[in-house]
Design a binder for this molecule. Structure first.
Ligand SMILES: CC(C)(COP(=O)(O)OP(=O)(O)OC[C@H]1O[C@@H](n2cnc3c(N)ncnc32)[C@H](O)[C@@H]1OP(=O)(O)O)[C@@H](O)C(=O)NCCC(=O)NCCS
Length: 212
């Protein structure tokens, strides 16, 4: 697993609950986290990153456990470039319909719901108790934060965030790189790269970051 912050703790918990992977190491790029204990695993730091770890240990895949969409995306691409599998995990308490499409490295955490017809592209994270309803389309590396509710036929663009407890009404489009604030109620489409908040949600700023 790559990433030993708070999100990492939640992901390793989900991996252990699923019992289909054996975790051999937790890697972090921050030397100050080296030696810390995360749910029984000692965090490793490798100056040479993933390639150094590959020389030391035998493993098949990497779960990228980083909440920031852009950083998670870069790590996801690096895992793939090195011929490793980006590991996805669905917590056993999540309800995920059989009639959904899940890309590589998708994470769906405890108590989340994903209903029929939903498409989740690579590296999407559906966080704790979030609800993704029928026929949603979640673009690559977006993040749906805890208890957010996406009603029917919502589209979320690549790298967008939907904040904790936000509600998105049916058929809305959250364009790429945008950020919906915690508790917002989205009643109209959200333009590319903007931050919206409030009830009803209105633009409060712009997202400066771009993965490119
Ligand atoms: C919307 C958000 C991204 C804005 O962050 P920011 O750009 O740092 O904005 P600031 O904190 O500087 O706030 C700017 C203004 O917007 C208001 N604001 C911020 N977030 C708001 C929200 N969710 N709802 C309503 N108003 C909000 C602030 O009160 C402030 O108002 P003011 O200018 O009148 O004082 C952030 O507040 C947010 O809601 N993030 C979601 C986090 C989350 O769900 N995390 C889950 C992790 S698991």
């Amino acid at each position: 697993m790559w990433g030993a912050g708070g999100h990492g703790k939640v992901i390793v918990d989900a991996l252990l609950a699923r019992e289909c992977w054996e975790v051999v190491a937790i890697l972090d790029d921050d030397i100050h986290r080296a030696g810390r204990n995360v749910l029984g695993f000692t965090v490793r730091y490798a100056a040479g990153g993933l390639s150094e770890l590959m020389n030391q240990l035998d493993f098949e895949g990497v779960a990228v456990a980083i909440g920031d969409n852009y950083v998670r995306h870069r790590k996801f691409e690096e895992v793939r470039a090195r011929g490793l599998a980006p590991v996805g995990v669905v917590h056993p308490s999540a309800h995920v319909s059989r009639h959904v499409e899940l890309g590589e490295g998708v994470v769906i955490l405890a108590g989340a719901t994903v209903t029929p017809g939903a498409v989740l592209e690579d590296n999407v994270c559906v966080n704790t108790a979030a609800s993704v309803d029928h026929d949603n389309h979640l673009g690559k590396s977006c993040h749906i934060f805890p208890k957010a509710t996406l009603t029917g036929t919502v589209r979320v663009g690549d790298f967008a965030y939907v904040g904790s407890g936000a509600i998105v009404t049916p058929n809305r489009v959250i364009h790429k790189y945008s950020y919906v604030g915690a508790g917002a109620v989205v009643v109209k489409d959200v333009a590319e790269g903007v931050v919206v908040a409030g009830v009803p949600a209105e633009e409060i700023g712009r997202q400066p970051n771009r993965p490119e």
